[in-house]
Design a protein around this ligand. Sequence first.
Ligand code: ARG
Length: 470
Amino acid sequence: MAKKKSNKVTARSGRFSGGPATEANAFTNSVKFDTRLAHHDIAGSIAHARMLYRIGLLKKREMEKIVEGLEAIGSEIVNGDFVWRTELEDVHMNIETSLTERVPAGAKLHTGRSRNDQVALDTRMWLREEICELANEIHDLQHALIELGESNRKVLIPGYTHLQRAQPVYLAHHLLAYVEMLERDYERLLDCLVRVNICPLGSGALAGSTLPLDREFVARELGFVDAHDEPMVTQNSMDGVADRDFVVEFCSLAALLAVHQSRLCEDLVLWSSAEFGFVTIGDAYTTGSSLMPQKKNPDICELTRGKTGRVVGNLVALLTTLKGLPLTYNSDMQEDKERLFDTVDTVRATTTILAAMLRDTEINIKSCAKAVKDPNLLATDLVDWLVLKDMPFRKAHDVVGKIVALAESKKKRIDQLTPRELGSIDKKLTKDACSVFNLRTAMKRRQPIGSPSDIEVDRRLAYWREFLDH
Ligand code: ARG
């Protein structure tokens, strides 16, 4: 049903014979989600108004009234007093319309501007702030991993490949692997920020403006400057409004961050099971079963792992939305915001909750010690021992494989085979070979950079502590 013609000055007035059908407005309006951009929209409008005054398109008094009006709207939004009208389509038209109702000069605010460059501006400003918050949260998660590693510095566990016990590692070394991953996420985040932090305002609808807009002034006002304090503005008006690469880039790095967290959570789910028993997650960060009274479920880990699906899905949704779009702005692009907001909300929530959960997680030293006692974990050390006795690696691999098979057939552990049994496989295997089965010295022998030796683990723990504390 078409609405009655209204006298209000809106994006439709002039050209249209009446308001949109109720269901058309319900379908197209973005007020239900884009009000999150309101404060950035206001900041952008204030900078734009100051620029219009600078270039002589607003009188001083007009500019001041506009700024005052926008600030009043900002306070009303904070207090929850601002009335959002869905019939005004989006956050931008709501704020501009309300301003014009209060301040006649508000009718001049949109001079030289389009919602196309305005929404790109607001989204960039919003994301810029969220990136800074997330960056700190990632460093805090790394810190929580370091704390857990440091307070369990001497705990050894089996490292796994194919989820089969492989070689011993310090638990701290395992946790430090995630610290490395998260640092790459952090670096990608800051790298993405460089491209987010470019001001598109002044691109107009798509083809710039005939008005003498001072784009660099606006950029400076809004903090769009590089490391040398030079203003950063987009260099092609069409790209300025059509580009959502910065959203895709963020969602893509967020997807990888989510994947890293998901893998950490999968380790924790396994480790907290009775089968592993390596960790106990605090009661405050686990849930019970409605039926089975004994259950304690690693819910936060499972949900973090599960939410990776939506973060990856958001990235795919965005890429799919953009792939067929001709230049420049198309309404399809309004679909970017919910995907972006959801991605930011999700990864910020998982990053902070994981840090809190890790700070309430205990390591079960006995279970770890029991699991890592398996001497098969040092079978490769025995190969290395033979290599140092000048046996070719392939031969040594074969010899130790036979030792493992012999022990299995005798229902013994490999470190329980007698010198005679060892010698029966290869005469190079003397009694001294058994020295490889001392776990503590075995760990000290792992000297190359990045190995889980005491020296290397201490070195990286110290590096990260210094790095994250300063
Ligand atoms: N609500 C729109 C969005 O989120 C703002 C830009 C609309 N531009 C337009 N010409 N309809 O993308």
